[in-house]
Design a protein around this ligand. Structure first.
Ligand code: HEM
Length: 516
């Protein structure tokens, strides 16, 4: 040891740096050789660079602004249904695999590297929880609040927000101005969930920016997510720093922390109200869950920390997904005169007076509107990118490849929703592809339509989202027959876990069509 120290001391700095460089290069080369030729996934097809480093994904996530999902599609075209997209990660495209991975009671669990940074708190929301067992216990008390029956009791909350939305459209089109419906749709969703969850509606629809700030927070935290997945040690580092410094260094993470703080306060307010004996105006999720009497009655005990994490996750999960689906549907309707007039015809034939409320139960029965809702979901993709899961003990076999325990596998709605066997001309928004078709085609389509994912870890808010979509789109197009979209082009998305339209894409402004 002493000899080594004296040899190092005798060396010049330049020699030391060169030596260090050589050691690093040799290490990187041996890792690359191992990953390419000796790794258990070495025989799985894919680009060699992706097999060697996660920087391949990082390049598309950050430099190419959230377009890894497009690159994955390109790779499937070259390599087939099983592609190695990172040293330890496989992407699959065959729809038969979807039900194996995202099944009720599936033993595959969420990838901690991917989901850990989506909620880095000590007690993450169930959404980011890795263990299926803990997830099951966390989800059980929330589940009844999102049952179809319960959502139906909520319909008035949704109807009121939609009334407000129609007022906004009415005012702006009569003034000859456009209205940012993308922001307005997200506002409906956030206002509904905050009212339902805390009886403390955020009032996004009342704000001048229609709550666009929330989307900015989501985009920034999405960008931070890609960075932290690449270099997870940054998260540990941030954890040790004062929050003020984190906010300065990384505004995205700072915004997310501030929002988590806000939702936490809302949950604390609920607890305070319960202790003070103040009753909410209506039954809410968190009043019920935190009320010791109700909890004892239902044999469910939850902590404030748990509820604060769920509150944040719900707002984050509800906004962009529902907003995007309604925007995609609206955009395609107003830019296709044939679709617009067929939809209007169906809605105007409903036995209600103009301006009256259209009930979810009645709207659901309209086949053309159903086609519009499904196509909106299909072409907005929900969570557009992959949903990575880790293979448990024993691994798994996919399209003939045996993948060992610990391998990360994922599939994406983007590829399923554009599967040409289920959806011929997949890029075309065609409500009629859902109407009067043979049962085998319906089965193929339903198998591939996975906006809410599936299984035990699928979307808990699905019934709520469907009710919001039917009531909002049905009412909007019942009332307005002359909307149009500005600067018509293709709808494109950036994947920051939630999907976003680039800000320079002005497709979201809708206005009254000029009379010819
Ligand atoms: C069209 C609208 C929506 C779409 C397309 C959608 C899509 C999804 C998807 C794909 C997942 C699974 C994510 C994963 O595996 O990592 C998910 C989970 C979740 N969604 Fe939604 N969602 C929508 C609306 C909502 C709404 C309105 C809420 C409000 C409560 C909500 C709350 C949640 C929650 C809490 C989870 C986590 C569930 C769990 O881990 O058990 N979503 N959603």
């Amino acid at each position: 040891m002493a000899a080594l120290v004296s040899t190092l001391a005798a060396m010049q700095w330049t020699t030391l740096v060169l030596l260090l460089g050589a050691v690093l290069l040799a290490t990187a080369l041996s890792v690359a050789v191992y990953r390419l030729f000796l790794h258990p996934l070495a025989s799985v097809p894919g680009p060699p660079l992706a097999a060697v480093t996660r920087l391949y994904a990082f390049y598309f996530n950050i430099v190419k602004k959230g377009t890894f999902y497009l690159e994955i599609e390109r790779l499937h075209e070259i390599y087939g249904p099983v592609v190695r997209i990172a040293p330890n990660e496989i992407h699959l495209s065959d729809p038969d695999n979807y039900d194996k991975i995202y099944a009720v009671g599936s033993k595959l669990y969420k990838d901690p590297v991917f989901y850990g940074v989506l909620d880095p708190s000590e007690l993450p929301a169930m959404f980011a929880t890795t263990s299926n067992e803990i997830h099951r216990r966390r989800r059980a008390p929330l589940e009844p609040f999102f049952s179809r029956r319960n959502v139906l009791t909520l319909e008035d909350v949704i109807q009121n927000k939609v009334e407000r939305l129609c007022g906004l459209v009415e005012n702006s089109v009569s003034r000859g101005e456009g209205v940012d419906l993308w922001a307005a749709f997200r506002a409906v969703s956030v206002d509904v969930i905050t009212e339902y969850a805390f009886d403390d509606c955020w009032g996004q629809l009342e704000r001048e920016d229609l709550g666009d700030w929330f989307s900015v927070v989501m985009v920034n935290s999405g960008i931070a997510m890609w960075f932290l997945q690449q270099w997870p040690f940054l998260l540990t580092l941030m954890d040790k720093m004062p929050q003020g410094l984190v906010k300065k260094m990384d505004p995205g993470m700072g915004d997310m922390l501030a929002l988590q703080e806000r939702t936490r306060k809302l949950v604390e307010n609920v607890e305070r109200d319960i202790k003070a004996g103040r009753k909410p105006r209506q039954r809410t999720i968190f009043h019920d869950l935190l009320d010791p009497e109700v909890a004892a009655l239902n044999q469910r005990q939850v902590s404030i920390e748990e509820m604060a994490a769920e509150a944040y996750a719900m707002c984050a999960a509800a906004a962009e997904t529902t907003g995007n689906a309604m925007t995609a549907a609206t955009y395609h309707v107003v830019t296709n005169p044939k679709i617009y007039s067929k939809l209007r015809e169906e809605l105007l034939a409903m036995p209600v007076a103009f301006g009256d409320k259209l009930s979810y139960a009645e709207l659901e029965k309209r086949s053309y509107l159903t086609g519009v809702v499904k196509e909106g979901l299909r072409l907005s993709y929900g969570v557009i990118g992959r949903l990575p899961r880790v293979l448990p003990q024993g691994g798994g076999i996919y399209n003939g490849y045996h993948l060992p325990e610990g391998t990360v596998v994922g599939m994406s709605s983007y590829m399923q929703h554009r599967n040409p066997s289920a959806f011929p001309n997949p890029n075309v928004f065609d409500p009629e592809r859902w109407i009067n078709i043979p049962p085998a085609a319906v089965a193929a389509q339903n198998k591939c339509l996975v906006p809410f994912s599936k299984g035990s870890r699928g979307c808990i808010g699905q019934n709520l989202a469907m009710c919001e979509m039917y009531v909002t789109l049905g009412t909007l197009f019942h009332r307005f027959g002359d909307l149009t979209a500005e600067d018509v082009g293709e709808l494109v998305y950036m994947d920051y876990f939630n999907a976003f339209n680039p800000t320079d894409q002005n497709l979201r402004v809708f206005r009254k069509r000029e009379k010819a």
